[in-house]
Design a protein around this ligand. Structure first.
Ligand code: RUB
Length: 297
């Protein structure tokens, strides 16, 4: 049985009411902890599995959530009964979320030092990690932000509102104007949903085009991201899945014979990324392989 909390959270995640990899992981795991409290004693593992599949399936390109789910599963291995297992789930979820939040705090501390007075920072989509870095930096420094609108779901508007509310000057551009404004920026900062063992950064569709423009314009490009988003399965040869979303997001009522493709994310190659701001400090995408081996094996 799928627990109502899991069903509802999975829907909110799929509909982007809950968005950004960190929030997806936190809400998804909290729903699983809630579900664990009332699962059938006899069939606990089977039912818990079904509930995790529902949450993880809501957005397949989210290793921070998947790594969290694996962490939770490891914690229930030695549970003697369903009550014990539910307690273990709750504790593991709490520990994982705390670690994720601590990682974000470290990134905020390190990342805000990278921003200087008078700079213009360019960002894409809405990353809680990036906006947290920017809001923290703004307490001591004065700078402005260019943000894309981020078609088709306009998450750039979330970024714009959040930064404006913090008092930061924000200019919004359409995604296609990225090349025209990249020279006005001192630094591009994006978040990430996943990072593969060979250093490819998976983030909102359009990130790789901005990375390419930044490389050509010699504008520094960085990614603010928790190492919890590094995907261990990519070390074992698996491809990072890219979520394909509904064509209605691109054109509702489009001609029926028109094929519309709507991938949610793309891969930015490591050579476009100057540095990454992580809970392990400033690294390059080429460090991903080492960190995955240390953290997940
Ligand atoms: C959001 C997006 C964000 C990452 C990181 O895409 O690409 O940059 O998820 O976010 P969507 P955070 O709106 O489709 O979820 O730093 O908050 O984890």
């Amino acid at each position: 049985m799928i627990h109502p909390e899991v069903r509802e959270t999975a829907k909110k995640i799929r509909d982007l009411e809950i968005q950004g990899a960190e929030d997806v992981a936190e809400h998804g795991l909290r729903a699983l902890a809630k579900a664990a409290e009332s699962l059938d004693e006899e069939d606990f593992i089977k039912q818990f599995n079904k509930n995790t599949e529902k949450i993880v399936g809501a957005r397949p390109t989210e290793p921070a959530l998947r790594n969290g789910v694996n962490f939770v599963f490891r914690s229930i291995k030695s549970a003697s009964d369903s009550e014990d297992a539910a307690k273990a789930v709750k504790k593991a979820v709490k520990n994982y979320i705390e670690s994720l939040e601590e990682a974000t705090e470290k990134i905020v501390e390190i990342g805000s030092k990278r921003i200087k007075d008078g700079q213009t920072i360019f960002t894409h989509c809405h990353s809680n990690t990036v906006t947290s870095v920017l809001k923290s930096a703004f307490k001591e420094k004065d700078f402005s932000v260019i943000c894309t609108e981020t078609r088709p779901r306009y998450q750039g508007r979330i970024t714009a509102k959040e930064l404006l509310d913090a008092g930061i000057e924000v200019t919004m551009i359409v995604d296609n104007a990225a090349r025209s404004f990249i020279n006005d920026a001192d630094l591009v900062m994006t978040g990430a949903d996943a990072v593969t063992s060979d250093g490819y950064v998976v983030n909102k569709i359009g990130t790789s085009m901005i990375g390419l423009a930044a490389k050509e314009a010699r504008t520094s490009f960085c990614v603010a991201c928790q190492t919890f988003k590094f995907d261990p399965v990519t070390l074992m040869g698996e491809y990072e899945p890219i979520e394909q979303r509904d064509s209605d997001e691109v054109w509702e009522g489009a001609p029926h014979n028109l094929k519309i493709l709507n991938p949610a994310f793309d891969f930015t190659p490591p050579e476009y990324v100057n540095f990454m701001i992580t809970d392990e400090g400033i690294i390059t995408p080429y460090d991903t392989d080492r960190i995955i081996r240390e953290k997940y094996r």
